[in-house]
Write a protein that binds this ligand. Structure first.
Ligand SMILES: Cc1cc2nc3c(=O)[nH]c(=O)nc-3n(C[C@H](O)[C@H](O)[C@H](O)COP(=O)(O)OP(=O)(O)OC[C@H]3O[C@@H](n4cnc5c(N)ncnc54)[C@H](O)[C@@H]3O)c2cc1C
Length: 305
């Protein structure tokens, strides 16, 4: 619940029309599940963000930075705090020679498209990842042999008090689906990606080939958050889940995809609770049958029991 005083204070920091109250988060996640957030603010520039962060830091207000919600499970009970979304200046893309400067709110697909249109190679792998540039950096998103780590030259971040921090790619501590961002509670504002001159026709063909592979292998016809679990060392999550006999297994509207067991999908009408219970069940079966501990890749927000 947002109090009148809190709302009045927010309105001193950002334009009224950027603030929405009691927002159903279903529409902001690719799982299409989840309850309401107390408040969602769509930020147009880094000055607005800095003012809010400084206020939240002083008052101890909790907040969550939302990307494109493609790796996110939000509790059915919702989120008691402020969700921030990057827009306006924070989702712009500029191509500068062999570099792409992209706002964190821009989609990876749009950045990959810009690279293709300028005949730049290196970002083809990201064209089918349905996240934002910011989310891609946080998670060091990767596919088909490529990952953000390989192309990110520098990143502009904001710390919890609203101060700007510039880091080189090599300082980002990129690891498997991880980076320094969540460890330090930074917010990604912008990334510079260093690509190479290539042949637009070949780049387009490579992107198309990857899109075909995805459509063949992944259940893109259903809402999901992609691979539910990280790849455990020495194994493939999907294979372990299949070998555990869980292919097609469902709880409520959530199901282990028959097409790709590494994906939990929303077959229709799933709640976040269904997804969460299925995650727990899959973890338990795989642990009991193979002694392997699966770790969710999906970020969970709010309360789960
Ligand atoms: C069909 C499908 C296929 C997928 N395929 C792949 C794949 O091939 N490879 C892969 O790596 N992933 C894949 N994913 C998962 C997902 O797209 C990536 O993890 C992506 O990087 C998440 O970005 P997002 O903007 O959606 O982040 P969100 O889901 O909105 O957020 C994820 C986390 O990042 C944080 N975050 C987001 N933006 C920022 C920011 N600007 N600053 C600070 N923190 C931020 C959030 O707070 C949260 O902790 C897939 C998902 C789907 C649905």
């Amino acid at each position: 619940m947002v109090s009148d005083i809190f709302l009045a204070n927010l309105k001193k920091l950002v334009p009224d029309e950027t603030i929405k109250l009691r927002v159903p988060m279903k529409q902001y996640t690719t799982f299409r599940t989840g309850g309401e957030a107390d408040c969602l603010i769509t930020l147009q520039n880094k000055e607005q963000l800095a003012r809010l962060l400084s206020y939240f830091h002083r008052t101890g207000q909790n907040f969550f930075l939302l990307g494109l919600g493609s790796n996110l499970l939000i509790s059915d009970k919702g989120y008691q705090g402020v969700v921030l979304k990057l827009s306006g200046e924070l989702e712009q893309i500029h191509v500068e020679g062999e570099r792409i400067r992209a706002g964190a709110g821009a989609s990876l697909a749009r950045a990959a498209r810009a690279a293709y249109e300028h005949g730049l190679t290196g970002l083809e792998f990201a064209s089918g990842i349905p996240g934002s540039v910011g989310g891609g950096i946080v998670m060091n998103a990767g596919a088909y042999g490529g990952e953000m780590k390989q192309v990110v030259e520098s990143v502009t971040l904001m710390d919890e008090e609203g101060a700007i921090v510039e880091l080189k790619g090599s300082e980002m501590e990129f690891g498997y689906r991880a980076s320094i961002v969540r460890k330090r509670s930074y917010i990604v504002l912008e990334a510079v990606m260093r690509l190479e001159q290539g042949n637009a026709e070949q780049i387009g063909a490579a992107m198309e080939e990857l899109a075909i592979k995805r459509r063949e292998k992944q259940p893109l016809e259903y809402p999901s958050a992609g691979s539910t679990f990280k790849r455990p060392e020495g194994f493939f999550a999907g294979k372990l889940i299949m070998d555990a006999g869980l292919r097609g297994f469902s709880i409520g509207g959530a199901q282990v995809s028959e097409k790709h067991c590494g994906f939990i999908i929303n077959r229709g009408g799933a709640t976040s609770e269904d997804v969460y219970r299925l995650i727990c069940r899959v973890k338990q079966e795989v642990r009991e049958q193979f002694g392997v501990e699966l770790e969710p890749e999906v970020v969970m927000l709010g309360e789960f029991v």
